[in-house]
Write a protein that binds this ligand. Structure first.
Ligand code: AMP
Length: 286
């Protein structure tokens, strides 16, 4: 595996791959890699001749009071994992090369970026779409891989690619979970034992709500209250940003059933913000 740190060099290497007819699969990450990240890498390896993974903790997507400075970093462990997965290139830029002095250009997908997590993390998705667009221009992938775990992110990135005629297939891969259902996340390492145990309520709530909708026990208009009631059983939850059922494309909260809906939760346990979601396809299930 080659490690490339300079954007211009990465660009030249990608140009050369494309000239030689190679397909490039790309997995953008912020590192502290776990099996969720590696599932994207495996998928990219299956579908492309070359796989590029980036690790960049993007300052532009963190709010002032968020965890940029303490975000988990494990370059050595990450490198080992990526070598084992036969990744071709690890792109490892630094903040100064991505946002040099005088940097002025940002991309914002309107409306969708203000919903759900966007309402609680102002500017977050503007930072995400900006870095993803920059990475796309540097790595020039044929396909780019994102996790359903960050569902809103995948919707926004797909919308950006469509709106800006970016010729890249956006592939969304299923959420990888711990044995007890907790979605894998680099931020899970912030949790102490009691908090880690408490965090299992998120997946339990999604599953129970999904089953109750499928079996007709709850109506769509009552889903939010059902979820809030369920989550209120866990005293270690310090704050619930949102819980409810949403349209998978507009991200609007729903009061009546649609074909493709998503249950989504964002909450805090102590200071740690956790998110998770579950797709519900009524056609499949009735
Ligand atoms: P991050 O390093 O958190 O920015 O995540 C990089 C990519 O990995 C994003 O596309 C995430 O959605 C994806 N990802 C993170 N956690 C998981 C997971 N548990 N299962 C599948 N994909 C994930």
């Amino acid at each position: 595996m080659e490690i490339i740190r300079i954007p211009r060099i990465m660009q030249d290497i990608s140009k050369d791959f494309l000239l030689r007819g190679k397909t490039i699969g790309f997995v953008p990450t912020m590192g502290a890699l776990h099996d969720g990240h590696l599932s994207l890498v495996k998928r990219s390896r299956e579908e492309n001749l070359i796989t590029v993974v980036s690790i960049f903790v993007n300052p532009a997507q963190f709010g002032q009071n968020e965890d940029y400075n303490i975000y988990p970093r494990d370059l050595e462990g990450d490198t080992e994992k990526l070598i084992k997965e036969n990744v071709d290139i690890l792109f490892l830029p630094d903040a100064a090369s991505m946002y040099p002095e005088g940097y002025l250009t940002y991309i914002n997908v309107e409306n969708l970026s203000e919903k759900l997590c966007g309402a609680f993390r102002p500017g977050h998705f503007r930072g995400v779409t900006t870095i993803v667009a920059k990475l796309f221009n540097i790595v020039k992938p044929t396909r780019a891989y994102f996790g359903q775990k960050d569902f809103q992110q995948s919707v926004i990135v797909s919308k950006m690619a469509g709106d800006l005629n970016i010729d890249i297939d956006i592939v969304v891969c299923p959420t990888i979970r711990e044995k007890d259902g907790l979605a894998m996340s680099s931020r899970n390492s912030y949790l102490d034992n009691a908090q880690r145990q408490a965090a299992t309520i998120i997946y339990k709530c999604l599953k129970e709500t999904c089953e109750s909708i499928k079996s007709g026990i709850i109506e769509i208009k009552n889903v939010k209250n059902f979820m809030l009631d369920f989550l209120s059983k866990e005293p270690l939850i310090s704050e619930i940003d949102y819980a409810g059922i949403y349209d998978t494309s507009s991200l609007e909260e729903l009061s009546t059933a649609k074909e493709n809906m998503i249950l989504a939760i964002a909450l805090r346990i102590g200071k740690t913000r956790l998110i998770d979601n579950m797709l519900i396809n009524i056609k499949e299930e009735r």
